[in-house]
Design a protein around this ligand. Sequence first.
Ligand code: GTP
Ligand code: MG
Ligand code: NA
Length: 343
Amino acid sequence: SSSSFMGYRSPVICIMGHVDTGKTKLLDKIRRTNVQEGEAGGITQQIGATFFPDIALQEQTRKVDEDFDLEVPGVLIIDTPGHESFNNLRMRGSSLADLAILVIDIMHGLEPQTVESLELLKKRRCPFIIALNKIDILYQWNAKQYTSVQEALSRQQQSVRDEFQTRYNNVVLQLNERGLNCNLYWENDDYRSSVSIVPTSALTGEGVPDLLYMILKLTQDLMGDKLEVREKLECTVIEVKNIEGLGTTIDVVLLNGTLKEGDTIVLAGLGGPIVTTIRALLTPQPMKEMRVKNEYVHHAQISTSMGVKISAPGLDDAVAGTELLVVGPDDDLDELKEEVSEG
Ligand code: GTP
Ligand code: MG
Ligand code: NA
């Protein structure tokens, strides 16, 4: 195209997998928050979104590769539920993703929603890595907070490393049986044909630097063009929520383009297209989960890639999972209404 290079946007990463494999806990460990402990029954029931700025990422990636060059402004990570009844939310979350993290519990191996997630990712041709989580449960694991996983493994006594190898081999075999090649990420010399496995612990943070490093390395190396900032709006509604003091709000993922306070927006509603005006554009603080009630930051305008809460009148019957459009000076409102209805 003729448009000039405007820099890179933050990649959008979707974290998915079977219930209780540690998806939210991993994000908590990166955020240094306790979202998971506040969940009813410890079960995630909504899509979440957290923005991680480059500085926070760099602090971790440096532990894996001192010279790693961060080219993106951050990453936006989408949390999804693993419970079997939330297939629609996994589909919604993964449809937004540039890359996914599939979390597998090293003690359990492949489970029903692991397989379901694998199928979903394959269907969408969404590249992914595997976090082989809960390594700290290996018998007599010797933990050291937030260290790189190679360092963590080499610190273990032989019996622990043997148990790791046995469990790792089992999971790899199960994945092979589903037609997937995979390797420990530091032994993987072909990211395109083999899936990288990152052993992690959400309890100790071991492997967390590696997980962030791999997300960034893969998105930067494999998707450069796809991550170039584009002016055209790409914005999807992920949740519709009532917030005390704000009324019904929508949480959106803004992938490309700009939203401004006062913009006229069009989106799908149960009773037909909704046309309304943005009253407030809110984000949580960096490293805070959007689905948890926060001190929101107000923005006059906001650009890619970000999780944004929109407050506007008339959102009561907004439909999640659909596109949001902004009415520009040259746009025909009826055409836009038709576009969101076809969604
Ligand atoms: P859903 O969102 O409900 O599908 O679950 P999840 O995948 O987000 O898992 P969650 O973060 O809720 O963790 C489930 C349980 O496993 C919690 O009790 C966590 O404390 C525990 N857990 C998660 N990761 C680890 C880990 O690496 N090590 C240990 N020992 N426990 C973990
Ligand atoms: Mg969860
Ligand atoms: Na859980």
